[in-house]
Ligand binder design. Structure first.
Ligand SMILES: [Zn+2]
Length: 118
């Protein structure tokens, strides 16, 4: 499971998303911006949108930007609520109650369903 936090290039809304590592490394992943509902391509190993296998790191590199995998760049409030108990303790500004490992929390999560009907 990976967590991705990004700032939308269109409306500048910052959002975070949980994606499965399997999808990121072997599938095609789109995340929807909660601000403008624009869908952002995160990885395309199935070559649906691109002619070669790419990830967000390739996409950002092509734009002259970089992707940070540094946890110090992540802020606690950016973590989706359902993930705070799981990975919150990794973030340095997390509240004290998140600084302990919970052995009952499974590290396996499903990828979020972005096409959920409202
Ligand atoms: Zn947006």
């Amino acid at each position: 499971m990976l967590m991705l936090a990004f700032t939308c290039s269109r409306c500048e809304t910052r959002s975070s998303h949980a994606i499965s590592k399997q999808a990121y490394t072997g599938g095609t992943v789109l995340v929807q911006c909660p601000g403008c509902k624009n869908r952002h391509l995160i990885a395309d190993h199935l070559k649906i949108f691109e002619s070669k296998s790419i990830t967000i790191e390739d996409i950002m590199a092509a734009k002259g930007e970089s992707v940070s995998s540094d946890l110090n760049d992540l802020q606690f409030e950016e973590i989706p609520d359902k993930l705070k108990g799981l990975i919150g303790h990794h973030v340095k500004d997390a509240p004290a109650e998140f600084h302990k490992e919970d052995p009952n929390v499974s590290p396996q999560l499903e990828a979020p369903k972005n096409d959920e009907k409202k």
